[in-house]
Design a protein. Structure first.
Length: 174
Protein backbone atom coordinates (compact mmCIF):
# COMPACT_ATOMS: atom_id res chain seq x y z
CA UNK A 1 0.00 0.00 0.00
CA UNK A 2 2.77 2.46 0.93
CA UNK A 3 4.83 1.47 -2.11
CA UNK A 4 1.80 2.01 -4.35
CA UNK A 5 1.25 5.47 -2.84
CA UNK A 6 4.94 6.34 -3.28
CA UNK A 7 4.91 5.24 -6.94
CA UNK A 8 1.71 7.18 -7.67
CA UNK A 9 2.96 10.37 -5.99
CA UNK A 10 6.30 10.20 -7.81
CA UNK A 11 4.79 9.43 -11.20
CA UNK A 12 2.09 12.10 -10.92
CA UNK A 13 4.20 15.07 -9.87
CA UNK A 14 6.87 16.87 -11.88
CA UNK A 15 10.49 16.20 -10.95
CA UNK A 16 11.14 19.93 -10.54
CA UNK A 17 8.38 20.13 -7.93
CA UNK A 18 9.87 17.15 -6.13
CA UNK A 19 13.28 18.86 -6.09
CA UNK A 20 11.69 22.04 -4.70
CA UNK A 21 9.77 20.13 -2.01
CA UNK A 22 12.93 18.41 -0.81
CA UNK A 23 15.17 21.48 -1.01
CA UNK A 24 12.75 24.20 0.12
CA UNK A 25 10.11 22.19 2.00
CA UNK A 26 12.18 19.97 4.28
CA UNK A 27 13.84 22.93 6.08
CA UNK A 28 10.34 23.93 7.24
CA UNK A 29 10.25 20.74 9.32
CA UNK A 30 13.84 21.10 10.52
CA UNK A 31 15.67 19.01 7.92
CA UNK A 32 18.34 21.08 6.17
CA UNK A 33 20.15 19.51 3.23
CA UNK A 34 22.75 20.84 0.85
CA UNK A 35 21.59 21.52 -2.70
CA UNK A 36 23.58 18.54 -4.00
CA UNK A 37 22.14 16.18 -1.38
CA UNK A 38 18.61 17.45 -2.09
CA UNK A 39 19.04 16.85 -5.80
CA UNK A 40 20.50 13.40 -5.22
CA UNK A 41 17.58 12.38 -3.01
CA UNK A 42 15.01 13.80 -5.43
CA UNK A 43 16.54 12.05 -8.44
CA UNK A 44 16.84 8.72 -6.61
CA UNK A 45 13.26 8.88 -5.30
CA UNK A 46 11.91 9.93 -8.70
CA UNK A 47 13.79 7.30 -10.66
CA UNK A 48 13.02 4.65 -8.05
CA UNK A 49 9.29 5.17 -8.50
CA UNK A 50 9.48 4.76 -12.25
CA UNK A 51 11.81 1.75 -12.13
CA UNK A 52 9.60 0.07 -9.50
CA UNK A 53 6.63 0.38 -11.82
CA UNK A 54 8.62 -0.94 -14.79
CA UNK A 55 9.82 -3.97 -12.79
CA UNK A 56 6.31 -4.62 -11.44
CA UNK A 57 5.01 -4.70 -15.00
CA UNK A 58 7.73 -7.14 -16.02
CA UNK A 59 6.96 -9.46 -13.12
CA UNK A 60 3.23 -9.35 -13.83
CA UNK A 61 3.94 -10.21 -17.48
CA UNK A 62 5.02 -13.69 -16.42
CA UNK A 63 2.25 -16.02 -17.51
CA UNK A 64 0.36 -17.69 -14.68
CA UNK A 65 0.89 -21.12 -16.24
CA UNK A 66 4.65 -20.80 -15.66
CA UNK A 67 4.08 -20.17 -11.97
CA UNK A 68 1.66 -23.11 -11.80
CA UNK A 69 4.24 -25.35 -13.49
CA UNK A 70 6.85 -24.31 -10.93
CA UNK A 71 4.41 -25.04 -8.10
CA UNK A 72 3.63 -28.47 -9.57
CA UNK A 73 7.36 -29.23 -9.60
CA UNK A 74 7.47 -28.44 -5.89
CA UNK A 75 9.53 -25.26 -6.16
CA UNK A 76 9.31 -22.93 -3.19
CA UNK A 77 8.11 -19.36 -3.60
CA UNK A 78 11.69 -18.04 -3.67
CA UNK A 79 12.82 -20.73 -6.13
CA UNK A 80 9.87 -19.86 -8.38
CA UNK A 81 10.78 -16.21 -8.15
CA UNK A 82 14.48 -16.83 -8.84
CA UNK A 83 14.25 -19.42 -11.62
CA UNK A 84 10.85 -18.86 -13.24
CA UNK A 85 9.65 -15.30 -12.75
CA UNK A 86 12.68 -13.01 -12.48
CA UNK A 87 14.91 -14.15 -15.41
CA UNK A 88 12.35 -13.46 -18.16
CA UNK A 89 10.94 -10.46 -16.28
CA UNK A 90 14.34 -8.80 -16.01
CA UNK A 91 15.02 -9.38 -19.69
CA UNK A 92 11.65 -7.83 -20.54
CA UNK A 93 12.25 -4.75 -18.43
CA UNK A 94 15.90 -4.17 -19.33
CA UNK A 95 15.23 -1.86 -22.29
CA UNK A 96 12.68 0.29 -20.43
CA UNK A 97 15.04 0.53 -17.43
CA UNK A 98 17.88 1.66 -19.72
CA UNK A 99 15.55 4.28 -21.19
CA UNK A 100 14.62 5.40 -17.68
CA UNK A 101 18.31 5.73 -16.80
CA UNK A 102 18.82 7.91 -19.88
CA UNK A 103 15.85 10.04 -18.82
CA UNK A 104 17.44 10.34 -15.38
CA UNK A 105 20.64 11.60 -16.96
CA UNK A 106 18.69 14.12 -19.02
CA UNK A 107 16.68 15.18 -15.96
CA UNK A 108 19.82 16.45 -14.30
CA UNK A 109 19.37 19.60 -16.37
CA UNK A 110 16.73 20.62 -13.79
CA UNK A 111 19.19 20.73 -10.90
CA UNK A 112 20.43 24.19 -11.82
CA UNK A 113 17.05 25.51 -10.59
CA UNK A 114 18.32 25.25 -7.00
CA UNK A 115 21.89 26.30 -7.67
CA UNK A 116 23.61 22.99 -8.35
CA UNK A 117 25.96 23.52 -11.25
CA UNK A 118 25.52 21.16 -14.14
CA UNK A 119 25.92 21.34 -17.90
CA UNK A 120 22.76 23.40 -18.37
CA UNK A 121 23.62 25.74 -15.51
CA UNK A 122 27.12 26.26 -16.90
CA UNK A 123 25.57 27.00 -20.30
CA UNK A 124 23.25 29.60 -18.74
CA UNK A 125 26.22 31.31 -17.06
CA UNK A 126 28.32 31.25 -20.24
CA UNK A 127 25.38 32.49 -22.28
CA UNK A 128 24.77 35.42 -19.94
CA UNK A 129 28.46 36.37 -20.05
CA UNK A 130 29.07 36.00 -23.79
CA UNK A 131 25.61 36.53 -25.31
CA UNK A 132 26.38 33.60 -27.65
CA UNK A 133 23.24 31.70 -26.67
CA UNK A 134 22.71 29.75 -29.88
CA UNK A 135 26.30 28.46 -30.11
CA UNK A 136 26.47 27.54 -26.43
CA UNK A 137 23.20 25.63 -26.39
CA UNK A 138 24.05 23.84 -29.65
CA UNK A 139 27.20 22.58 -27.94
CA UNK A 140 25.08 21.49 -24.97
CA UNK A 141 22.76 19.60 -27.34
CA UNK A 142 25.72 17.81 -28.93
CA UNK A 143 27.17 16.92 -25.52
CA UNK A 144 23.84 15.50 -24.31
CA UNK A 145 23.36 13.50 -27.52
CA UNK A 146 26.89 12.04 -27.30
CA UNK A 147 26.42 11.26 -23.60
CA UNK A 148 23.10 9.60 -24.40
CA UNK A 149 24.59 7.35 -27.10
CA UNK A 150 27.61 6.39 -25.00
CA UNK A 151 25.52 5.76 -21.88
CA UNK A 152 22.96 3.68 -23.78
CA UNK A 153 25.70 1.68 -25.54
CA UNK A 154 27.51 0.90 -22.29
CA UNK A 155 24.28 -0.21 -20.59
CA UNK A 156 23.24 -2.34 -23.57
CA UNK A 157 26.63 -4.10 -23.72
CA UNK A 158 26.50 -4.69 -19.96
CA UNK A 159 22.98 -6.08 -20.27
CA UNK A 160 23.96 -8.35 -23.14
CA UNK A 161 26.85 -9.74 -21.10
CA UNK A 162 24.71 -10.25 -17.99
CA UNK A 163 21.82 -11.94 -19.77
CA UNK A 164 24.08 -14.16 -21.90
CA UNK A 165 25.91 -15.33 -18.77
CA UNK A 166 22.68 -15.91 -16.82
CA UNK A 167 21.16 -17.93 -19.70
CA UNK A 168 24.25 -20.13 -19.86
CA UNK A 169 24.14 -20.65 -16.09
CA UNK A 170 20.44 -21.55 -16.14
CA UNK A 171 20.98 -23.99 -18.98
CA UNK A 172 23.91 -25.59 -17.16
CA UNK A 173 26.55 -24.43 -19.65
CA UNK A 174 28.56 -22.17 -17.37
Amino acid sequence: MLVRLYVEVVRNTPLLVQIFVIFFGLPNIGIRLSPLTSVFIALVLNNGGYVAEIVRGGIEATHRSQVEAAESLGLSYFQTLRYVILPPALEKVFTPVVSQCVLLMLSTSLVSAIGVEDLTGAAMIASSETFRTMEIYLVVVVVYVVLNFVFRAVLNVAGLMIFTRSRRRLLGRA
